[in-house]
Design a protein around this ligand. Structure first.
Ligand SMILES: NC(=O)c1ccc[n+]([C@@H]2O[C@H](COP(=O)([O-])OP(=O)(O)OC[C@H]3O[C@@H](n4cnc5c(N)ncnc54)[C@H](O)[C@@H]3O)[C@@H](O)[C@H]2O)c1
Length: 317
């Protein structure tokens, strides 16, 4: 894995802490590599990294395949949680970023621009409103000129017994999670087709698209995420002639405000995954970084499950 070849460094050989996409401070490097190893900017920090034990050619290849330099990434639901971390990830890899959300970003765009050295814009957008979405995408083109990547992350959850689900709340889940993601992807794809250079769309599904999950009753939510997982396949095939790739990521239990609302389930979130911990938003960063970049140019219609193994079942109970 690439991570085993990375160590964080500053240009002057002085290790210094970096800042992860979550805003968490990264402690100083534990391993100092040969000063002859080539140096480059690390995608997830304001520090620097070195590849060791790999040739310059391989290093350059990996860097070019990971780089999103000069690209524009649109992310729905990017104002907090997983979406904000993925917005920071795209910026750390060199992309300009448009956050589209009903709420203001938890970190101001001015601070994001200072921290990541990329352009950030925010437009208020409700994925249940056609007019709001078309206006927001128009503004992205006006401000940033194009759309190369789109991450559909806006979503809401509902944990409730099947027998108690109402029409209203079930319809809202489908409106936001399914139609919101579907039409966000469509607006992005229309722009990409007009541009003629292809693009990458990553849609955030869920472990609930794969199976029932421990201690929660999420039937309509699971159905909405299963729809997204299938859209990742069908849209991938339909959009392939335009060189537009469509993939999905299925997170397991991830520590965000969405999962924090289930206060009585925190122990389950920690112990249920075979890896023995809840996931952090940055556990998804490398998956999205891969899918957005040219390194994934032959990867489309796939789902990456990042669940600590939970979608495969359990042996211990
Ligand atoms: N946290 C988890 O454990 C987990 C697990 C699997 C999948 N997911 C999925 O990941 C995505 C992000 O989840 P999160 O945990 O960061 O949640 P979150 O609640 O922290 O963030 C969701 C974001 O979506 C935005 N949003 C909600 N409704 C919207 C609308 N109508 N229009 C535009 N934006 C809207 C919110 O304002 C918020 O910024 C969701 O699609 C969720 O279903 C989360």
């Amino acid at each position: 894995m690439i991570q085993t070849h990375l160590a964080f460094r500053t240009p002057g050989m002085l290790p210094r802490p970096g800042v992860l996409p979550t805003g968490r401070k990264l402690s100083a490097p534990r391993r100092i590599l040969s000063k002859h190893a080539p140096i480059a900017r690390h995608p997830f920090s304001t520090g620097f990294y070195r590849f060791s034990n790999i040739s310059t050619t391989t290093r350059e290849l990996i860097e070019s395949k990971l780089s999103l330099s000069g690209r524009v990434t649109v992310i729905t639901g990017g104002s907090r949680g997983i979406g904000l971390t993925l917005a920071k990830t795209a910026a750390a890899l060199g992309s300009h970023v448009a956050i589209l959300d009903v709420h203001e970003p938890e970190t101001s765009v001015a601070k994001l621009e200072r921290d990541y050295g990329s352009r950030f814009i925010f437009h208020r957008m409700d994925v249940t409103s056609k007019d709001s979405m078309e206006l927001a995408f128009d503004k992205v083109i006006e401000d940033l000129g194009k759309v190369d990547n789109c991450i559909t992350c806006a979503g809401i959850a509902l944990d409730k017994p099947f027998l108690e689900h109402t029409w209203e709340e079930s319809r809202r889940i489908l409106d936001i999670n399914v139609l919101g993601s579907f039409f966000s992807a469509q607006l992005a794809a229309k722009q990409m087709v007009n541009q003629g250079n292809g693009g990458s769309i990553v849609m955030i599904a869920s472990i609930a698209a794969h199976c029932a999950i421990p201690a929660q009753r999420v039937s309509i939510y699971g159905a909405s995420k299963a729809a997204i997982k299938l859209l990742g396949k069908t849209l991938a095939v339909e959009m392939a002639p335009f060189n537009i790739r469509v993939n999905t990521i299925s997170p397991g239990f991830i520590a965000t405000k969405m999962s924090a609302q289930f206060t009585d389930l925190q122990e389950v979130f920690r112990t249920a995954p075979p890896m023995g911990r809840i996931g952090q938003p940055e556990d998804l960063a490398f998956a999205v970084g891969y899918l957005l970049g040219d390194g994934a140019s032959y990867t489309t219609g796939t789902d990456i499950a990042v669940t600590g193994g939970l979608h495969n079942g359990r042996i211990e109970i």
